[in-house]
Write a protein that binds this ligand. Structure first.
Ligand SMILES: Cc1cc2nc3c(=O)[nH]c(=O)nc-3n(C[C@H](O)[C@H](O)[C@H](O)COP(=O)(O)OP(=O)(O)OC[C@H]3O[C@@H](n4cnc5c(N)ncnc54)[C@H](O)[C@@H]3O)c2cc1C
Length: 634
């Protein structure tokens, strides 16, 4: 099944429902922005589900939700929320009318259920009065005088007072556990007034004192003063009833929950598919990188190096290579130390298209398709992409010689290392990869060694992840290539350790990841018109977010600024598989821009006019000639 489903006690949000749910809500929200391909999100899902179940009764005060940033429809939304790493946890206050990116979860990597509960309580308690959910009880302790007056007043409901130390969360947890219950009010008190403690017979904290509706009162002795026991005890008292939920947020929003088992394509495991490489590239350019508003410093350098490597080494089809070349030339001609990513998106999504340059705009996993929608996909394609690049670099050792990267045998690996560090959404993966790189990447001396280094490290990751929840049971993590793919790669196995014939492995990798062997089956052969017709078209520029306070104005000057950023180079015509049937802008594989088309029309009209003028001129002259030389009297 999908990572989260309708049966989970949380709201599964998407680009449409997130704004509706989170803004102007009567309750606060805690959202997990995750990525269904991210192993750590997969590992953490059971905890998040358990947390949502644990605090499901707190719903009128705080709601728990999830949003999958790997869903194509949600790319723009995650970008708007400034989410670049997964999982990211954000709080949203109640009654927020303006768009906000929310507040980051404050306990770092400690996301155990108890810690999250306490962080939620701190968030609710410190929210300003105007954004306190109405249903949220007063979480502050009551004073001795209030306790004394409660003891003397007659109430129509139970009042439970939990005496506890200042740092204890039991009282506040029990208060929130009971907000949906009628006839019960829970308060907390600090053990500061010795006289009142003595009067009530409280010898130690935590202790729980109960005032009955009939005015009688006494210590609760039946259960220990621990959250679960106390909450269950109070909920079970006579006439204490659970109120119906005030809204149907979960059931309503979970309509958007999608995906279950994925129909598998028939594919050949011994082949590398172009569809996987292009889908990965699409995800990199339009989702992972697009989450970054501007590229500068190390990020910009990494992006430039990455594009250089792709342009020189990606084993792609002509129209994709043209896109990479144009992007590379554009970056080289752009001596800026800060580039808004929207400018790059505009170039890739809009400007290149009018010249017939086209990269698939949706993911189509074949060899990387998981048996469940949250398994495999993007990280699988990223591994394949970098394996292909190392192999291409070893086949064409001079490819990078005239670039800023030079003929460095580590160029692809170091660029991969920077990409993973700067952009890869799975932070834990990046940490592990960096540790491996730090250890041995420097020892790589030749392009062939780079191919083998990546192969070895990928197998080390496979070994570590074997049996993890992110492992697809239909694609177990094995030491690769298995002997059915390459029996010669496997040496004698002695003492339980696997031995490899590395020369054979190298030849196999060069063959498997070599350009000639890539299968074009399932690759996107559609044209722009057919995309639009089947609903996958994405000709709209990706959304740009409202400027934030204090943000660099330049970033948000819209199209005019982009025009200045993008040099007015004449559009180049290209032959392209995807472009050859685009009637309005392309003819016989030659791309025409709007300017080209306008020039054609102007030239056509001018030449027609010229021909007409010539025609009348000669007609007039011939008439005069006839009149002059005709001799009617002869
Ligand atoms: C740099 C990086 C680090 C990661 N770190 C983590 C992590 O710490 N924790 C986590 O949960 N997930 C991590 N992931 C994701 C994880 O490695 C897998 O990509 C993901 O679980 C999907 O697995 P998969 O079954 O598609 O196979 P993948 O491991 O993604 O492999 C994809 C394909 O590559 C081929 N292949 C397999 N092994 C090799 C090899 N040794 N050499 C060449 N080709 C091979 C096979 O055809 C395989 O189907 C990381 C991903 C990347 C790119």
């Amino acid at each position: 099944e999908a990572l989260y489903g309708p049966a989970d006690p949380l709201s599964i949000l998407n680009k449409e429902s997130v704004t509706r749910a989170v803004f102007n809500s009567s309750s606060a929200w805690l959202l997990e922005f995750y990525s269904s391909w991210c192993g750590h999100c997969i590992n953490y899902a059971p905890t998040w589900r358990a947390l949502a179940r644990d605090v499901s009764d707190w719903d009128p005060a705080i709601k728990i939700g999830v949003l999958d940033c790997a869903e194509e429809d949600n790319y723009g939304t995650c970008k708007d929320f400034g989410v670049t790493l997964y999982p990211t946890f954000r709080f949203f206050k109640a009654f927020t009318t303006e768009f906000t990116q929310g507040e980051n979860y404050k306990a770092g990597n400690d996301r155990e259920i108890q810690t999250v509960r306490q962080v939620i309580i701190d968030f609710l308690q410190t929210s300003p009065a105007q954004s306190k959910p109405q249903a949220c009880p007063t979480l502050e302790p009551i004073s001795s005088s209030e306790i004394s007056s409660l003891l003397t007043q007659k109430q129509s409901h139970y009042t439970a007072i939990i005496f506890e130390s200042e740092e204890s969360y039991v009282g506040r947890e029990v208060m929130l556990d009971l907000i949906r219950y009628s006839n019960m009010v829970v308060r907390r008190a600090l053990p500061s007034d010795k006289a009142i403690l003595e009067k009530l017979g409280i010898g130690s904290v935590p202790s729980c004192y109960l005032i009955q509706p009939n005015g009688s009162h006494g210590l609760i002795k039946e259960v220990k003063c621990l959250r679960a026991q106390l909450s269950s005890h109070l909920k079970a008292l006579p006439n204490v009833r659970k109120r119906l939920p005030s809204d149907t947020a979960h059931s309503g929003l979970n309509k958007d929950a999608q995906q279950g088992d994925v129909a598998m394509k028939e594919f050949d495991r011994s082949k590398l598919y172009m569809a996987d490489l292009e889908s990965g590239l699409h995800y990199v350019l339009r989702a992972e990188l697009a989450n970054h508003r501007t590229l500068e410093g190390e990020k910009l350098k990494t992006f430039k190096d990455f594009v250089t490597i792709l342009y020189k080494l990606f084993p792609g089809r002509p129209h994709v290579m043209k896109l990479l070349e144009t992007l590379q030339e554009w970056l080289v001609s752009m001596p800026l130390d800060k580039i808004p990513y929207d400018a790059i998106l505009d170039l890739v999504n809009n400007r290149m298209r009018i010249s017939g340059i086209f990269l698939t705009n949706h993911t189509q996993w074949v060899g990387c398709r998981g048996s469940k929608s949250h398994l495999r996909g993007y990280p699988c394609s990223l591994w394949k992409l970098f394996h292909s690049l190392t192999v291409q670099a070893s086949v064409k050792p001079d490819a990078l010689a005239n670039t800023a990267l030079g003929a460095d045998p580590q160029a692809v690996l170091q660029t991969m290392r920077s990409y993973i560090r700067e952009f890869f959404g799975c932070r834990e993966c990046a940490k592990h990869f960096e540790a491996m790189a730090k250890e041995t990447m420097d020892s790589v001396r030749t392009p062939d060694q780079a191919v083998l280094w990546l192969w070895r490290k990928h197998n080390a990751v496979n070994n570590r992840l074997s049996g993890a929840p992110s492992e697809d049971p239909k694609f177990p993590k094995v030491q690769w290539p298995t002997s059915d793919l390459c029996s010669a790669c496997h040496g004698q196995t002695g003492g339980g350790t696997q031995s490899w014939n590395e020369n054979e492995v190298l030849s196999f990798l060069k063959r498997y990841y070599g350009k000639q062997e890539i299968s074009l089956e399932f690759a996107d052969h559609r044209t722009e018109q057919s995309e639009a017709a089947d609903g996958h078209g994405n000709k709209e520029p990706l959304p740009t977010k409202k400027p934030e306070e204090g943000e660099d104005l330049k970033k948000n000057q819209g199209p005019q600024f982009l025009d200045k950023l993008i040099p007015n180079k004449p559009e180049k015509s290209v032959g392209s598989e995807a472009a050859d049937t685009r009637q309005s802008v392309s003819f016989l594989g030659i791309g025409f821009s709007n300017i080209d088309m306008s020039l054609c029309v102007i030239l056509y009209l001018t030449s027609s006019l010229f021909l007409m003028v010539m025609y009348f001129f000669f007609r007039f002259r011939s008439k005069r000639w006839k009149v002059r030389y005709s001799r009617p009297f002869v």
